[in-house]
Design a protein around this ligand. Structure first.
Ligand SMILES: [Fe+2]
Length: 161
């Protein structure tokens, strides 16, 4: 069967609205929402509330239970972490599906990872009540407070922050 995709004229490079590359080494690590965790915000998705980040966690860190409203995908590039016996190390791929809740801990050398968060995360109190929602807007606000959102464009409808 012939392809339904037809070229019209010649295909040319699209005009760039921003660079494709960004060096996160130009950003300082900012403290994240839990003790011993740090982040660099790389992108925000105001449609889904998701975001893209680099995450660094101190050695032997036991995080409180958290939930996922959407899937998270990532690659560990330093150290390791896991959920009980289910653990990953450098260059391991991780997927955490939407709808799950779990309690991660890091290895004795800590960890750093790149992660794409498709929808907000939920932090819980001990009694199961919601301690906080971590979405794109909250992440943008947190990065702004630490002076590490200068490379990101604020969506026009976030005029209140
Ligand atoms: Fe998780």
């Amino acid at each position: 069967m012939a392809s339904q995709i037809k070229a019209v004229g010649s295909v040319q490079d699209t005009a760039k609205i921003r660079p494709a590359f960004f060096d996160p080494g130009t950003l300082e690590w900012a403290p994240w929402v839990m003790e011993g965790t740090y982040f660099k915000l790389l992108n925000i998705n105001p449609q889904s509330g998701g975001f893209t980040m680099m995450l660094k966690v101190d050695p032997d860190n036991q995080a409180p239970i958290h939930g996922h409203l959407g899937t998270v995908e990532g690659i560990i590039y330093k150290g390791g972490f896991g959920y009980g016996d289910d653990r990953g190390r450098e260059l391991h791929y991780v997927i955490e599906e939407g709808g799950i809740a779990h309690t991660p801990d890091t290895d004795d050398d800590g960890m750093e990872m790149f992660a794409v968060v498709y929808a907000p995360l939920v932090g819980y109190e001990e009694d199961g009540s919601i301690a906080g929602i971590i979405d794109a807007k909250m992440m943008y606000q947190l990065a702004t407070e630490h002076g590490v959102a200068v490379h990101l464009e604020k969506p026009a409808h976030w005029a209140d922050i």
